[in-house]
Design a binder for this molecule. Structure first.
Ligand code: NAD
Length: 480
């Protein structure tokens, strides 16, 4: 019999209010993995009410910041103890390679350790005002109930990026995971209870965007909304949050440039281009999906990238030899194929890929694809494809390169490959991107702040800075 998950609200499993469930499917094998509760506005109400009650409950409100940190570290340890099981669950849910998920899952506890360590360092200041007869100090207070809406591509990492600073700051949380990846986020809430978090501090309502995400984002009981997903959904959420004067942290889409200069080590750059866009079958917000190559190295780079792309082993994400797994669901695969068709209609040439490969499994596989003869006016270069597709564009001068790289609504990340230190820093300064990697790509740490520029986001995730987004500042004046 298919396994069934209910919502996790107020420290226990909670039946969906109208008894509805939906199926979650393995994108490699197309087998049904489990059913999850199909939530609605009434379930969201229950979860927000539980989180509100927990926020006001002395068991959480009056817990010392040091104890909060202990609980977070214990949760980190429990995730580490269950990392293998959780890596497998994530691979089965979204098709990403098991060996990649093992690496990612090993990093998830780090968020809880890092923010657990910060929990008792969240403090105010004493402010020197113009009069010595007055004492003025500030307090950093939690906000209340935080709503977190997350996508399917790295569910545990992206959810923990929100949960950890929210809890360290003393908030409670209601999480709405992607409908494609519910299992691990429910397990996360279960482990939070096992770690000793009071009931109602961590709640999860599963289901679809319009049925659970929208009522959560619009809920009057929220003090903040934190969202990771597409720019279109983020815009609707930001509008709703602004109308209620609550803050929003938005981590949105990208179309990141990966730039190779003529003085770069082209072999290393080619590997960086490959890892930059084909990891996770291109389903990462930071995918380097626009490659800019200096004219002097364009042919060599294209040859190296295309040759390596053709040798990528596509198949079962559980197999250690596999280098590229399936896309996460059918419409995602159709979207990628239709973008490549569109590119060809726009005049692009398919240097390699551009088809569904022969794979023994029936899932949603698509070949690593490199497009050439493209320019910044084409939709394949402007829009986020979120699949294993990159476009390679030649450039001649730094000025021309910076103009083309910044000619995008997005500003999430960028890679620069050069052996010139001064050029690397000069270009990093000029790029409209929240993260810039020099002679590397894709590095990330809970300690290092991440911010999307332009349509790639609002607010900071990771690092000490993000605590500001999960707290409010109170100024107290005392007549001495
Ligand atoms: P999506 O916007 O379709 O969905 C994200 C989440 O929002 C899901 O839980 C979904 O159910 C929910 N949702 C959908 N419609 C909603 C609505 N109207 N109201 C409230 N919630 C709603 O995005 P996706 O396809 O799941 O994820 C891929 C996108 O996420 C890509 O654009 C990618 O670039 C972006 N992303 C960004 C980052 C980052 O850090 N910047 C990280 C990962 C993914």
């Amino acid at each position: 019999m298919t396994k069934r998950y209910q919502h996790f609200i107020n420290g226990r499993w909670h039946k969906p209010s109208d008894g509805a469930y939906f199926e979650s499917t393995n994108p490699a094998t197309l087998e049904v993995l489990y059913e999850a509760a199909r939530g609605n506005a009434a379930d969201v109400d229950s979860a927000v009410a539980a989180a509100r009650e927990a926020f006001e409950n002395p068991a959480w409100r009056d817990l010392s910041q040091t104890r909060r940190g202990h609980l977070m570290r214990r949760l980190g340890d429990l995730i580490a103890d269950n990392a293998e099981e959780m890596a497998l669950a994530e691979t089965q849910d979204n098709g990403k390679l098991l060996r990649e998920m093992r690496g990612q899952m090993a990093g998830v506890p780090e968020y809880l350790y890092y923010y657990g360590g910060l929990a008792d360092k969240i403090q105010g200041d004493q402010i020197p005002t113009s009069s010595h007869l007055v004492l003025n100090y500030t307090m950093r207070e939690p906000l209340g109930v935080v709503g977190a809406i997350t996508p399917w591509n790295s569910p545990m990492t992206l959810t923990t990026s929100k949960l950890a600073p929210a809890l360290a700051s003393g908030n409670t949380i209601v999480i709405k995971p992607s409908e494609h990846t519910s299992a691990n986020i429910l397990r996360l809430a279960e482990l939070a209870t096992e770690a000793g978090f009071p009931d109602g501090v961590v709640n999860v309502v599963t289901g679809f965007g319009t049925e659970v995400g929208a009522p959560l984002a619009d809920h009057s009981g929220l003090a903040k909304i934190s969202f990771t997903g597409s720019t279109g959904t983020g815009q609707a959420i930001a509008t709703s949050a602004a109308s209620r004067f609550i803050g929003s942290t938005l981590e949105l889409g990208g179309k990141s440039p990966n730039i190779v200069f003529d003085d770069a080590n082209v072999g290393n750059a080619a590997m960086g281009v490959i890892a930059g866009v084909f990891a996770a079958a291109g389903q990462t917000c930071i995918a380097g999906s626009r490659v800019f190559a200096h004219k002097a190295v364009y042919d060599e780079l294209l040859e190296k990238v295309s040759r390596r792309a053709e040798s990528i082993v596509i198949g079962d994400p559980l197999d250690d030899r596999t280098e590229l797994g399936p896309l996460a669901f059918e419409s995602q695969c159709e979207k990628v194929a239709s973008y490549v068709d569109l590119g060809v209609q726009e005049g692009a040439t398919v240097a390699t890929g551009g088809r569904r490969p022969d794979v023994e499994l029936p899932g949603y596989f698509y070949s690593p694809t490199v497009l050439t003869d493209v320019n910044n006016d084409m939709r394949v270069v402007k829009e986020e494809i979120f699949g294993p597709v990159t476009a390679v564009i030649p450039f001649e001068t730094e000025e021309e390169l910076v103009g083309m790289a910044n000619d995008s609504i997005y500003g999430l990340a960028a890679g620069v490959w050069t052996n010139s230190l001064s050029r690397g820093h000069r270009i990093a300064r000029q790029l409209d991107a929240g993260t810039v990697w020099l002679n590397m790509y894709r590095a990330m740490s809970p300690m290092s702040p991440r911010q999307g520029f332009k349509a790639s986001g609002v607010g900071v995730e990771h690092g000490i800075e993000s605590i500001k987004d999960y707290t409010r500042l109170k100024s107290v004046w005392v007549n001495t």
